[in-house]
Design a protein around this ligand. Structure first.
Ligand code: ADP
Ligand code: MG
Length: 232
């Protein structure tokens, strides 16, 4: 039997043009995230954490190396195929929930599925299910400004799950939240990683939450040190 990890990076190097030269944001980074695994990505500012997520999300093309999503080597794909793969397999959660101000919580989710060509009826049922998972059933009809910061981040998480992704990429999800809300958001990410068997890579500053993760990967100057088991 062969199993395919949802996300594998092999020797990924990413260089950005910088004046006359280049900045190496990622230097031969290799990482595997398994289904149901929550990987914490830590390291100082500027070490390449967001660049790693952008490469894994196929939002930037590495200079060299391979980004393999659910068994597909994305390096050989054209832009259209890449967009389709991303919509079908990857959920992205950034620091600031980028919600549309005039849409209710349930509408934020339904509209995201529109791009995937699903029927409105199926999307609405799925949206209701996911709002329940993130604890927001009672707030389905609320607009973003009627929600707290933590609730908005929960909508963001539910929205990222709408396409039933295999991979969840999360960049500092609690940076705008107080301690208590941060803890509950990390607990929710732990829960959905298990419940939906996604491979989650989460950038976090807060080492306090490391015990809730499975693996800790540390970035330094674009290099990834060998990932270790959380708590080890
Ligand atoms: P982190 O998320 O760990 O703070 P980043 O991935 O944002 O680190 O940045 C890694 C390096 O790449 C830094 O030196 C940063 O200045 C550079 N960098 C990031 N994004 C860009 C970009 N779009 N253009 C040029 N340089 C960039
Ligand atoms: Mg960053």
């Amino acid at each position: 039997m062969t199993t395919t990890a949802p996300l594998t990076l092999v020797n990924v190097t990413l260089e950005y043009p910088d004046g006359g030269g280049t900045t190496t944001a990622l230097d031969r980074v290799s990482l595997t995230a398994e289904a149901g695994q929550l990987v914490a990505l830590v390291g100082p500012s500027g070490s390449g954490k967001s660049s790693l997520l952008a490469a894994a999300a196929t939002l930037v093309r590495p200079t060299s190396g391979q980004v393999i999503i659910d068994g597909t080597d994305t390096m050989g794909l054209g832009d259209k195929e890449l967009t389709a793969l991303r919509r079908g397999k990857v959920g992205i959660i950034f620091q600031q929930p980028n919600l549309l101000p005039s849409l209710t919580a349930v509408e934020q989710l339904v509209i995201s599925d529109h791009l995937r060509g699903k029927s409105a009826k199926a999307a609405t049922a799925r949206a209701a299910e996911l709002l329940d998972v993130v604890g927001l059933s009672a707030s389905a009809g609320k607009l973003p400004h009627q929600l707290s910061g933590g609730q908005r981040q929960r909508v963001n998480i539910a929205r990222a799950l709408m396409g039933s992704p295999r991979v969840l990429l999360v960049d500092e999800p609690t940076a705008a939240l107080d301690h208590e809300r941060s803890a509950s958001i990390i607990a929710l990410l732990r829960q959905v990683t298990n419940e939906f068997s996604v491979a989650t890579v989460m950038v976090t500053h807060d080492t306090e939450f490391v015990p809730l993760t499975d693996v800790v990967a540390t970035m330094r100057d674009g290099k990834l040190t060998t990932p270790v088991l959380a708590g080890a």
